[in-house]
Design a protein. Structure first.
Length: 306
């Protein structure tokens, strides 16, 4: 059996909620922010990268399989998919093992997306770059014998042309270390299934599907954290429902009006890395306080406007 190399950073079973028939074999509408292009596709052909979670077994300790992470993600997805489907059909927030299975899926949706992996790389590079700068400032940095080559290397480093490579296994190990903490913090929150009103329109999904937002004003520049009070986690699970996680209290009003759907879609677009997934048309607040439809978003991105 061939080794699966196309790894989905947003699960196929999760994206199925946004297809035209609500199944994994249906058609999903996609917009690419980098180009403004749009198309329809089955979930199996969306949100994937080659070898994204492939372990380099030549450098791994123990008897790991190259596809162990991808296989583990598949197990988590399979456990959560029928529960998500039940909640989309009207079931309230689940408890016990079902709740843990859903929270495990949400934790992976945070840790596995390409933007998070890029952030891991940057976090791991910073200490090395700091050591380089300190040695450079103290004139202790080993230098090539050729002064011209030394000057050229310094220029390349300053311009970001020389990158410190983070090995795949180190990146994946850091990602895996995040998951238990995220799961623990998610389990501590009070979760509510939010449902759209009949005339509210569709929620969208993106390649950054888990939103973390402040719910009270904070000083400029302060970033929310999954373990911080006064934050909310919003995760769409389909065009007509989302999960909202708060500290200490459940959401009093579990309905999503047209205005609230438009609000959350705007936030999802603000945090998109590259791809937007939808069942069809949608409405979203733009930073200019205008309401964009799907075609407006495509037009803005084709023109290079944010």
């Amino acid at each position: 059996m061939p080794t699966p190399r196309k790894h989905h950073y947003v699960p196929k079973s999760y994206l199925a909620g946004w297809t035209d028939d609500g199944t994994i074999d249906g058609q999903l509408q996609v917009i690419d922010k980098s180009s403004g292009k749009s198309w329809s596709v089955r979930p199996v052909n969306a949100a994937k990268e080659t070898d994204l979670y492939m372990i380099d077994i030549a450098e791994a300790d123990g008897e790991l399989q190259a596809t162990e992470i991808e296989t583990t993600f598949g197990t988590i997805e399979d456990a959560a998919a029928p529960i998500i489907k039940r909640m989309l059909a009207g079931e309230a927030m689940v408890n016990g093992e079902d709740r843990e299975n859903v929270m495990s899926l949400l934790a992976t949706l945070v840790a596995r997306v390409p933007s998070r992996l890029d952030r891991i790389d940057e976090t791991m590079r910073k200490p090395v770059e700091m050591v380089y700068r300190r040695l450079e400032a103290e004139a202790k940095l080993p230098q090539p014998d050729d002064p011209k080559l030394a000057a050229q290397m310094k220029e390349w480093f300053d311009r970001g042309l020389i990158k410190i490579e983070i090995k795949q296994n180190s990146r994946l190990a850091m990602m895996a270390l995040m998951l238990p903490t995220l799961l623990h913090l998610f389990m501590l929150r009070q979760w509510t299934v939010l449902r759209t009103q009949s005339d509210a329109g569709d929620l969208i999904c993106t390649d950054h599907p888990v939103l973390l937002e402040w719910i009270k004003k904070v000083p400029p520049g302060e970033s929310p954290g999954f373990g911080l009070q006064n934050t909310a986690i919003f995760v769409p699970i389909g065009p007509s429902a989302a999960l909202l996680g708060l500290w200490d209290a459940e959401q009093k009003d579990p309905t999503l009006s047209r205005q609230r759907v438009t609000f959350w879609n705007g936030h999802l677009l603000d945090h998109v890395d590259r791809f937007v997934f939808s069942r069809g048309d949608f409405a979203a607040f733009h930073m200019s306080n205008e309401v964009d439809r799907r075609d407006d978003v495509i037009r803005r991105w084709k023109g290079g406007a944010s």
